[in-house]
Ligand binder design. Sequence first.
Ligand code: HEC
Length: 123
Amino acid sequence: MARQLSRSLGIVVIATALAMVAARADDAPSGDPVNGKRVYLADGCFECHGRAGQGGQFNYQTPALAKTALPVESFIAFLREAPNDMPSFSAEVLSDKDAADIHAFLQSLPGPRPVKDIPQLNP
Ligand code: HEC
């Protein structure tokens, strides 16, 4: 009797723990900015878009990516079939997870300063 009770208690404890893990997974942020920075540098995004995602120059001006307005799904879709001089990154070379992490890294960057905060532009 006691053994049966402790066994069913054990099942309840395990079920509760599993439910807590599932709940935590739902709350988890969609991307890891630390890994995103690593992949952004390792895969060469910075060469065209700048280390701070400030944009740059390739055959023509490359867009700034810091605080990109693209939602993560559109961001990943763009990478899969990129237009013009932007190289495409297939899922084999850049997983959805790593791409979402890059997105999180770009969101963590400060982005451009407002003109009013640049003294030289406000004599
Ligand atoms: C060889 C240079 C080059 C590299 C490397 C590169 N990009 Fe680009 N990227 C471009 C160019 C050029 C464009 C503009 C394409 C166009 O619309 O003509 C662009 C556009 C983009 C855009 C669209 C931005 C917008 O607001 O329109 C995103 C997002 C982007 N790149 C992400 C990345 C990521 C993430 C990486 C690394 C995995 C990367 N790029 C690597 C050149 C590059």
